[in-house]
Structures are given as structure tokens and as C-alpha cells.
Design a protein around this ligand. Sequence first.
Ligand SMILES: C[S@@+](CC[C@H](N)C(=O)[O-])C[C@H]1O[C@@H](n2cnc3c(N)ncnc32)[C@H](O)[C@@H]1O
Length: 323
Amino acid sequence: MPPAAAPEPHIPVLIRPLIAAVSPVSGTWLDGTFGNGGYTRALLDAGADKVIGVDRDPLAFEMAADWAGGDDRIELVEGVFSRLDEYAADIDGVVLDLGVSSMQLDLPERGFSFMRDGPLDMRMSQSGPSAADLCNEAEEADLADIIYLYGEERASRRIAKAIVAARPVTTTAQLAKVVEGCLPRAKPGQSHPATRTFQALRIAVNSEYEELAQGLMAAERALKPGGQLAVVTFHSVEDRMVKRFFAARSGNVANANRYAPETEQVTPAFRIEKRKAIGPGDQELAENPRSRSAKLRVAIRTDAPAQDIDPASLGMPIRKGGR
Ligand SMILES: C[S@@+](CC[C@H](N)C(=O)[O-])C[C@H]1O[C@@H](n2cnc3c(N)ncnc32)[C@H](O)[C@@H]1O
């Protein structure tokens, strides 16, 4: 009999292209999504003097205690990256690797995955309202909005109605079954019918788009002139937000039409060397199928003053009910 499969090791996504894009690496970097620490380690190996590792999940630091705890080049901060400029100033680089870690996804008790039955939780920070709270307490119309806007799920109304009818919904398996009941069976090669609904709830529970918009602005405030901002995204909405932020803050916004009033000229806060996003190479795709939809964008800070930007201008889906 073949040996039981070992848990899939975490392979930091796009790590080689990222290090190549930001090299030479030196000074102080902030890793806003510490996770399993893969980016932090790679930055130190590439020449960073110090890395401030930020994560909202206390478990990330428990898991890293034995290798990161005794290393004085690493400072660990439990917090959100939307506030990263409160943890560091005048730094040489910021990296953000968005989404959940493989560790969070693989632990059934964290409730992120429809593949593993567990409590319907999905909170990266392990505090605040959970996905079960959302499913059991939100208005049906708000649930439908979340599933449509954050999951790009066309059957959102049907699914929201079925969730309300099934209340209380308390486990991942139960939710997956409710969603499956609303959709045709997946054809070979298609994703599981619950994929989009789970993604939507996770984004809502963790305010992921608000975090991204605020995190980009916080990075602009924290970076020194010449400092680099590298962001790895996993789906089209995230990538669109980063692309628009970089375009707007590097002065690369064309007027929509020539009769429109001139858009206000702001001094560019970033310089972009490569407009096209960087994706995985063939070798990474073969080794790590999870890298399939990953995209990396890098921008270099100028000495222009930092400025806020309206998150709505980044193409962030906005729910009618507010957030
Ligand atoms: C994809 S993993 C990062 C993996 C990491 N680059 C590595 O190599 O191990 C994302 C991590 O970011 C954390 N995270 C997501 N959003 C966050 C936020 N807004 N603030 C702080 N941490 C966040 C998650 O808890 C998770 O641990």
C-alpha cells in the first residue's frame, strides 16, 4: 500500500518572481501577510536586514514560534495590514500575499473549506462575527448581495433563499450541501458548486476588499522614496483594485472621453516599471497548481506626499447595505 499522503507543504506562491522583481533587497521590509512565513524567510535570505511580519491570525505566530521567535531580524505584529503604517515608517519594502494561508484552509476547525467539515467560521483573526453568524443573521437580500458581488455567483438569490430556509446553518458541510442543492452538478474540470459562495462569505467576514484598499494607502504612507510595494492577488477583483491603484497613483489615468473635464493632476506617488502583471512560470504551475490564478504587481515609491484615494474608484464591489 502506498504511504498515507503527508499534508501538502506550503509553497509560497510567486516567491521566485517576486524576489527577482524586487532585488536587490536590503533594509527593513514589512510582510503584511506573514502566514507560514515563506515570504519573510525569502526576503531575509535575499538580503533584508529586518522583516516586520504582520498577520491578523494569532495561530500564524504560534506556528512560527520555534523558528521566528528567536530571530532578532524578525519582529512579529498581530494586526491588520490596513494599519501597517502604525507598525512601521520609512521602510524599504512592503509585500502583501492576499487571501488565506494553506494552514488556515487545511484546518477543518477554521471553517474555510467545503472540502473539510467543520464549524462555519472563516475568521482569519479568530474574533468578530463568523460566517455562521452572517448566514444566520443577515437579511436574505444582503446575503444575496454578498454572494453576487463578492462571489460573482449568478444564482445568488436562489442560494440566499435556501440558506435562510435552512437556518441555522452551522457547519461547512451543511452550507456546501445547501449550495449544491441550488446548482447543477459540476462537470469534470469545473470547480465545486460551493466555491464562489464560500469565497464570497470569506471576503465579507474578513472585510477583504476594504482591507486591500486601506492597505495600499497605508503602504504608500509607510514606504520611503525608492521603497517597493509588491502585491500578489488571487482573483480578478483583487487584481483590478491593485492595477487601478497603481495606475491612479503613478499618474497613469486617461480621461474616459475627451469631452470629460480634465482629471486633477496629482504628483505620482509611485513609479511602475512593468505594467503587465507577473504570473507563475511553467515550473511553478506544475509544482503548485494553486498558483494558477496568482498575479504579482510591483510599484516603486517616489518622494511625492502620500494621499488617500476613494476606494470606490478602485472598482471595489460595494454592498448596498454599506461595507
Ligand atoms: C496567502 S497567506 C500568506 C502566505 C505567506 N506569504 C507565506 O509565504 O507563508 C495570507 C495570510 O495573510 C493573513 N491576512 C489576510 N488578510 C490580512 C489582513 N488584512 N491583515 C493581516 N493579515 C492578513 C492571513 O491570516 C494569512 O495568514
